[in-house]
Design a protein around this ligand. Structure first.
Ligand SMILES: Cc1cc2nc3c(=O)[nH]c(=O)nc-3n(C[C@H](O)[C@H](O)[C@H](O)COP(=O)(O)O)c2cc1C
Length: 171
């Protein structure tokens, strides 16, 4: 499929079947993350793959809104980055997340980006810090977000090229 078609069909999927993500698909997703460009080629990121149900459940409570889906996914990838190694760690992590998200979609998997940086938990605590504690990852590693992955249990229509917001383009 052409890249534009993969992009058109990529949607955030938040409901997953109780089925494992095939290992070869996970491998491709991780390859996509590792292929992502980084500022000055520093590759500050570290990808933590989570399959343990109890850990996924704890991650789902790390943030008050928009993280519950993590309890129902099969696999999550937490993207940490060494913030001392690169001042572009947010950009680098975001690109890797987006690449992996797109690859997941191209593999027929459901995926959803779960933002943790700058977000709160139900008690007003810091979501990113919660995830760092759950995963045992401390300074200088920071976290932008977590990618939830699973076999899709919901269908969403792709976007139409006829409905793009061309008013956002200035030329
Ligand atoms: C930076 C970023 C943060 C996001 N955070 C969350 C989140 O915490 N929880 C969630 O359910 N979806 C999250 N999403 C998914 C968006 O809600 C979704 O991309 C948007 O609604 C458009 O829908 P689509 O992905 O199906 O095109 C995030 C997406 C991005 C790019």
């Amino acid at each position: 499929m052409e890249l534009i078609e993969i992009m058109r069909h990529r949607r955030s999927i938040r409901k997953y079947a109780d089925e494992a993500v095939p290992e070869e698909k996970l491998e491709k997703i991780l390859q996509a993350g590792l292929l992502a460009p980084t500022s000055m080629g520093k590759r500050p990121w570290e990808f933590y793959v989570v399959k343990d149900k109890d850990t996924l459940e704890r991650l789902s409570r790390a943030k008050v809104h928009g993280a519950a889906l993590l309890a129902g996914c099969d696999t999550a990838i937490a993207v940490f980055a060494d913030s001392d190694l690169s001042d572009a760690w947010i950009e680098d992590s975001s690109i890797a997340l987006a690449y992996m998200d797109l690859m997941a979609s191209s593999q027929g998997l459901g995926s959803c980006w779960v933002q943790m940086r700058m977000r709160k938990d139900a008690d007003g605590g810091d979501a990113e810090q919660n995830v760092r504690e759950i995963m045992g990852v401390g300074d200088p590693y920071r976290l932008v977000g977590v990618l939830a992955l699973g076999i899709p249990a919901e269908e969403k229509a792709g976007y139409s090229l006829d409905e793009l917001k061309w008013e956002k383009v200035h030329r």
